[in-house]
Design a protein around this ligand. Sequence first.
Ligand SMILES: Cc1ncc(COP(=O)(O)O)c(C=O)c1O
Length: 374
Amino acid sequence: MKIEPFGVEQWMNAWETKCDLNLAETCVASLTLAELMQMAGTTQQMPADLAAMQMTYGEIRGSARLRGLVAAGFAGQGAQNVLITHGTIGANHMVYQTLVGAGDHVVAITPTYQQHTAIPRSLGADVTEVALREESGWLPDWDAVAAAVTPATKIIALTNPNNPTGALIDRDGLERVSEIAKSVGAWVLCDEVYRGTEQHTPVPSIVEVYDKGISTGSTSKAYSLAGLRLGWIVGPEPLLDDCEVHRDYTTISVGMVDDYFAAMAFDAKDVILERAHDITRGNLAVLDAWIGAEPKARYVKPKAGTTAFVAFDVPMKSYDLCVALLQDTGVMFTPGSSLGVEGYVRIGFACYPEVLKAGLAKVSDWLASQGWRR
Ligand SMILES: Cc1ncc(COP(=O)(O)O)c(C=O)c1O
């Protein structure tokens, strides 16, 4: 199977370990296991049930306990509607493998996580991209989505909250895309990995709106536990049965230790999500004030997520701008070109506040040194 290189991941791989101040990261500042255990009220250094765990493959779909805890976050879903995967990346991959083949059609709303265009293409599907626009607040043009679907459309794919723009599709929008999908019998795959990072009111999951809605997510972003590599697919049981056929060949099961700590994170859900909100809301206020004070920068303020898509009115391509910033200041942004959109850079704002503030101050100094602060 041939597949195109993953732009963002290649950018990260090249620079992540070389930067001083990482404003390219998309996770809410990651927790240590000690912090997680403290938040969950575990006092033992090595919990007895973890020590006693026999290292088998575990429950193949993911433990019933964890699947129940995940399902509790979705109205009308039970443990039978959850399949545990290797991160959202594993979840998305499994959904495409299961539902899409040569000759099928997929509509992907872009910019998005590149999996949603590259994987269906690699499977031989025809992918129509419907572009989000800054002028529309980075929200989809539903008429364009309706015009893009055909009787061959298997999936309409979106990321909500959106990476990289931080836009959030509300219930009306989700109902609209569901109607469009229903008109051709398609699924809606909603990558909801940034769920839990909303600035204000959360929106429903696609599985609460559409009976052929599929939600993918993980403990990586709002739960700050990317190191667990623990994700899920939430959807109708027959779909999960079909996914499991593929999963048997690629995954068998997800690690029991990861499953254990993910369940612990759900036990401490309130505390962890409150921390995530404190970081994302406090930091977005910092970023917003900075954008307001930088005459060359503009953006649509995110409604959710951990990233903002910022335009700099300077005569440099996004890649060159990001490399110059890295080399001159040590600050790492992500070029829009690695997400398929020139003219913008993605700023990850969910790091520790002091990292964000120090990074933005360095960028301000650099812009001034180029004569771009007036
Ligand atoms: C939209 C989106 N989907 C999926 C992923 C993969 O996340 P995970 O760590 O859950 O595999 C990412 C990671 O950045 C993402 O931004």
